[in-house]
Design a protein. Structure first.
Ligand code: BGC
Length: 810
């Protein structure tokens, strides 16, 4: 232990006190020993620091900070140097705002296009997500601040996120859902990691010994701190045993006391606590160092410009019929669409940044050199059809050479706490597009949203530029691509299926009441579409440029692959080259191809460059469930160099010696997995893969409600009051949506509807404790008077314990 002597000076109570927050954002301090509080703030694409006293629930707006493009956007750049730059700028702002731990990046996989937080995550591919995350972390931590990689692990939906049990087989867990975290830990050297809210194969992740001790600390050698997601603690002692150092936010000391009692009674060895304290002290002492230097404000303008550069490199050109882009000089453009007036630039929830500056398209036109003849909103952002607006837009469109049509999803649709209901963009936007197409066919759509959408309307547009969520300078960045000042170089970090129904997890998302079964196994994203031969709208890794590239001269060596890329157009540009590997042996099922390397290169027109991509320890590995470790299968492998996952330009083979492990599966028992067509897997076959029975996936309505049941379950509570409460919540949600307050309606779903009963104690900063929750549960379970008096008695006790001299009334 690094701080053995200091820990020896601490009382048991002092040590335990460090194990949970002091308030919503800070850790506990111990003045007499010179241990200060440190500040944790969201993340991930900007600093959201609230003034400490702002509010108890952490919901108020933060102080102004640069809103960089979100992770889903920056992932499209496939540029780890750029990721590191974003990290550095975040780190600098964290220092300026006195933030010690930045709660990001988020590296959860995009298992399904509807996950409400996809805009905050990088990719459907663990290698790309991991590499991008590691680059962010390096950048952030170069300033002495700690990154906090989240949400560990298998948290791939928002629906019932605090109670859902993710059922996933070990190989899929390792190869798909943990690899990005592994890279963030081993290569990024993250100093902290946030456990997720959900259960993983029956146990809350924060208490999951297999995840936390065997894999994270054991196999990956992680030495940093594990922080709970806010209010995510279930059993504090089980968490401590799994090595969870910091519970957030404060519980008013309630869970610290549990730790003290468990140690006094011998249930937990004090050394377990000491180890946790030691690691937490290291985080505190190392991240407070940068603050010993004089305070420096960050340069708002410079950071804004950097955020623009990042957006420019992340924009994806998806369609460019007849080279309609870049816009030819002197063309008269009509700007249509509400998003051109009010930029859509980030998602909703805990990641929301209060931007220092905000560019809107209509304010940036002059400097872009593009000649606009006017603007019409064309549709109502929140969904209603408005014929007058359509007519006005058509009138303007008739006078223009080209229409720039700004479409997308609104702020309340992509939000933490709830998933989207469909992959469609609002119908009123499509109606507008149809009407415009009648009067002028030169339409370029500019899309603003942070996740994949369906585009049944794509044949009606000649150009399509996807800006994703470009942060506070995203609008200007898009104009620079359209004017030709910037040659687009982004490529999709996720697949765009033709229809939502095509996605591999369609039948198992968001799962049933109690659990979600990842029956599709390894086959998420392109791993599925490609292997199962399902047509897609845009494949993973796809994106156009204003120039063209040719690939040649493939050389495959033992440890790397080299090839030449030539810019055959007349504009300088950047190309993202992708290395995919496929195994020829059919003994162990695998995706047809998997990304194992990439690089982004800049090439001048007419020039060429040699590129070498080294193989690494992940290139040929697979996780063998029989030996319980990574193995290599002796086989011939395809070495594919692609411009996208569907556009392989160079192909060769390499024989690789194996590690000699036994084949872990009985092929005939997993026939569908061997075909890769895993969108409809029977329960029996999934159980064979899992190696056990799947748990009951529905709520047990016969049992009384308990700590881990969620407020939504009050609909069948024995207590009438709880049932009324449930319908009031449902009504409030419906009413708020009806009156256009979708943000407030979302908040109800996120912070009340899906909250487990224990969350009432975990999220109220010590105002309500667990014995009081017992009273609430008694009421919910039909014992009103008993529960009510229990609640009051416990409340009195709590207040008295805090202020023994006062008389408590109530
Ligand atoms: C989110 C985390 C976030 C935390 C603090 C949670 O609800 O899941 O991503 O960092 O709140 O705001």
């Amino acid at each position: 232990m690094k701080y053995k002597e200091l820990i020896a000076e601490m009382t048991l109570e002092e040590k335990a006190s460090l194990m949970s927050g002091k308030d919503f954002w800070q850790t506990q301090d111990i003045e007499r020993l010179g241990i200060n509080s440190i500040f944790l703030a969201d993340g991930p694409h900007g600093i959201r620091k609230q003034a400490v006293a702002a509010d108890k629930l952490g919901l108020n707006a933060g102080r102004p900070a640069t809103c960089y493009p979100t992770a889903a956007t920056v992932a499209n750049s496939w540029n780890t140097e750029l990721g590191e730059k974003v990290g550095e700028y975040l780190g600098e702002e964290a220092i300026a705002q006195k933030v010690n731990v930045l709660l990001g990046p988020g590296v959860n996989m995009k298992r399904n296009p509807l996950c409400g937080r996809n805009f905050e995550y990088f990719s459907e591919d663990p290698y790309l997500a991991g590499k991008m995350a590691a680059s962010y972390i390096r950048g952030i931590q170069s300033y002495g601040v700690a990154a906090c990689v989240k949400h560990f692990a298998a948290n791939n939906q928002e629906e019932r996120r605090m109670s859902i049990d993710t059922i996933v087989d070990e190989r899929t867990l390792r190869e798909i859902y943990l690899t990005a975290f592994e890279i963030a830990v081993k290569e990024g050297k993250t100093k902290s990691i946030m456990s997720s809210y959900n259960r993983l194969n029956g146990t809350y992740t924060n208490e999951n010994q297999h995840l936390m001790n065997e894999i994270l600390r054991g196999e990956w050698g992680y030495k940093g701190v594990v922080i709970t997601d806010w209010g995510g603690t279930n059993d504090r002692l089980a968490g401590l045993l799994a090595g969870n150092e910091l519970e957030m936010p404060t519980t008013g000391g309630e869970t610290d006391q549990e730790i003290v009692e468990a140690i006094k009674s011998g249930r937990i060895n004090e050394e377990v606590l000491d180890e946790c304290v030691d690691r937490l002290l290291d985080l505190i002492f190392t991240t407070e160092k940068p603050f010993r230097r004089p305070h420096v404000e960050f340069d708002v303008e410079r950071h804004h410009r950097v955020s623009q550069k990042v957006a420019e490199e992340s924009i994806v050109l998806l369609k460019n019929e007849g080279n309609i882009l870049p816009l030819k000089f002197g063309k008269k453009v009509a700007v249509i669409g509400d998003f051109a007036k009010d930029a859509r630039y980030q998602g909703a929830g805990s990641s929301i940044v209060n931007p220092t500056i905000l560019d809107h398209t209509m304010d940036c036109f002059e400097e872009s050199g593009i000649v606009s003849i006017g603007f019409e909103p064309g549709f109502e952002r929140y969904g209603k059809k408005n014929q007058k607006k359509i007519d006005e837009a058509c009138e303007l469109a008739k006078k223009a050479d080209v229409i720039l049509l700004y479409l997308g999803l609104d702020e309340a649709t992509e939000a933490e706490g709830l998933d989207r209901h469909s992959m469609k963009i609002p119908e009123n936007q499509i109606e507008l597009l149809d009407a415009l197409h009648e009067v002028n066919q030169n339409i370029i759509v500019i899309l603003s949203c942070g996740s994949a959408v369906e585009m049944p309307w794509i044949s009606k547009v000649r150009g399509l530029l996807h800006g994703y969520l470009g942060g506070q300078a995203g609008a200007r960045a898009i104009l620079r691509v359209m004017s030709g000042d910037v040659n687009p170089s982004g490529k999709l970090a996720e697949t765009y299926p033709l229809r939502y129904e095509d996605s591999p997890s369609f039948h198992h998302f968001p799962g049933n009441e109690a659990s979600v079964e990842y029956r599709e196994g390894l086959f998420i994203g392109y791993r599925y579409y490609d292997t199962a031969d399902v047509n897609v709208l845009f494949p993973f890794g796809y994106g156009l440029s204003y120039t063209t590239f040719e690939y040649s001269d493939l050389q495959i060596n033992k440890n790397s692959v080299s090839f030449r890329v030539t810019n055959t157009g007349d504009t300088a540009g950047m190309e993202i080259v992708q290395l995919y590997i496929g195994c020829h042996s059919k003994d162990i099922f695998r995706p047809k191809k998997e990304l194992k390397g990439f690089e982004k290169i800049f090439i001048n027109a007419g020039e060429s460059k040699m590129v070498t991509i080294p193989f690494d320890e992940k290139t040929f590995r697979y996780f063998n469930v029989q030996t319980n470790q990574w193995e290599i299968e002796a086989a011939e492998y395809s070495i594919m160099i692609g411009s996208s996952s569907a556009d392989i330009r160079l192909l060769g083979t390499l024989y690789k010696e194996g590690t000699g492990a036994p084949i872990p599966y009985e092929k005939e028992k997993l026939p569908t997995y061997y075909t890769g067509k895993t969108n409809k897997i029977s329960e029996e076959e999934f159980e064979t893969l899992l190696g056990r029975k799947v748990p009951v996936s529905t709520w047990d309505r016969s049992k009384p409600l308990g700590y881990n049941d969620i407020i939504a379950q009050c609909q069948y509570a024995k207590g009438g009051l709880a049932r009324i409460g449930y319908y009031l919540i449902v009504f409030a949600h419906w009413y708020l949506r009806k009156v256009g307050r979708r943000d407030a309606a979302n908040l109800i779903m996120m912070s009340i509807y899906h909250l487990p009963f224990r969350g009432i104690a975990r999220m109220t900063g010590g105002v309500v404790n667990m014995p009081m929750v017992d009273g609430i549960l008694m009421i919910a379970n039909g014992h009103f008077f008993k529960g009510f008096s229990h609640f009051l008695r416990e409340r009195r006790k709590l207040l008295k314990s805090r202020n023994p001299k006062s008389e408590v009334v109530g």
